[in-house]
Design a protein around this ligand. Structure first.
Ligand code: TXA
Ligand code: MG
Length: 344
């Protein structure tokens, strides 16, 4: 397939009409958002929706997020909007917060993977907004990576994964947040963060004025984001994540480096302040320990770089949870699969 590549200036997006026409006629378009790149199809075209799953190699039981331009589109999709949802929409939309609503019958079960709820988000990125405006129809979009790969945060990541497989790629450079949106379920008695992102638990609690839970916490029965069960966000090489006190992490990583078989191309991902403490040829800068927003913006780019570089082994310095740190550590744990080492 011929893939049309449209370069776009994120702040002054122009020339996206061909991409909108492709979407309207049932084609797939990858586009930048403030979080990561999305792989879009109009939400009401069954063939196009099927193609999203086929192209990504995505399991059919993993539902998609519907991206909207305006609130008038939300009323086509969501069966009801609770007062809590209204507060959050007021404060965080457009922006990197996905909310789960009861779905309207019009929403295909291909989008929701058979669930009676639907995930919706209104992105703030100007290029994404321009595309949604021109298209005039809500756009279902997962992240624009091949299933299992780190989400794309640069146009070239999408080109590497999807060139020749979809009709159009909009290349707008780097995505500022760098990790996928926060997914919040409001369907139970207590709001639950199904996937942490740059809209933090603290942000949400402040607006709602009530405590909320992270998936996996507490006793309450709650729905999970079906996608979170898959090994995600992973580069090809095995990843080992070290969590705990920084000094102990450094000691432990240096010990592992010493023990590795000679010829193993090991890459360390460490925080800025600790870079010089690792005894290794290749040490990459995650960003400052106390600025997880910077780490979030870089993390997928670094993981993909490790693949390109041909790393055999990736050792990562974990950072504390809390704020955006929770989203970072969540993605790093996924990348590591079971390989999480708690040092104490
Ligand atoms: O930032 C983002 O959210 C990006 C950009 C492109 O908008 N999109 C994205 O989509 O990350 P995806 O498909 O990679 O992740 C969607 C997540 C999955 O974990 C999925 O299981 C969950 O949202 N999800 C979708 N619909 C759901 C529903 N009805 N109930 C619970 N979780 C749902
Ligand atoms: Mg994804």
């Amino acid at each position: 397939m011929e893939t049309l590549i449209l370069k776009v200036n994120r702040d002054q997006p122009r020339g996206l009409e061909p991409a909108a026409r492709i979407l309207q006629s049932g084609g797939l378009v990858a586009f930048p958002t403030e979080t990561v790149y999305g792989l879009g199809a109009i939400f009401n075209n069954e063939t196009a929706l099927l193609n999203i799953f086929a192209v990504k190699g995505r399991p059919a039981d993993n539902p998609l997020i519907v991206h909207i331009y305006g609130l008038d589109q939300l009323s086509r999709i969501a069966g009801s909007i609770s007062p809590s949802a209204e507060k959050l929409i007021d404060r965080f939309w457009p922006g990197p917060l996905t909310l789960i609503f009861p779905k309207k019958p019009e929403v295909s079960s291909r989008v929701t993977a058979g669930l009676d709820s639907v995930a919706v988000r209104m992105p703030s990125d100007p290029a994404a907004r321009e595309l949604l405006r021109l298209t005039g129809i809500p756009v279902a979009a997962p992240s624009a990576n091949l299933s299992g790969k780190p989400s794309p945060t640069l146009g070239e990541h999408v080109i590497n994964d999807l060139f020749g497989k979809i009709e159009c790629i909009i290349d707008g450079g780097a995505c500022p947040a760098g990790v996928e949106s926060t997914v919040l379920s409001l369907t139970g008695t207590v709001p639950v963060i199904l996937r942490p992102g740059t809209v933090t638990r603290e942000d949400l609690e402040q607006v709602l004025g009530q405590p909320i839970l992270e998936a996996g916490e507490g006793e309450v029965e709650r729905p999970q984001a079906p996608g979170m069960k898959y090994r995600h966000y992973a580069p090809a090489a095995p990843v080992f994540l070290y969590e705990g006190e920084p000094e102990k992490i450094i000691r432990e990583i240096n010990r592992s480096l010493k023990e590795k078989t000679s010829g193993t191309k090991a890459v360390v991902l460490g925080t800025t302040e600790n870079l010089s403490k690792y005894h290794n040829e290749w040490v990459l800068d995650l960003g400052p320990r106390d600025d997880p927003g910077v780490i979030a913006a870089r993390i997928y780019q670094l993981l993909r770089f490790c693949d390109q570089f041909g790393a055999d082994l990736i050792l990562i310095e974990g950072i504390p949870e809390g704020g955006v740190g929770t989203a970072v550590i969540n993605r790093l744990r996924k990348a590591a699969g079971g390989n999480v080492i708690h040092v104490s």
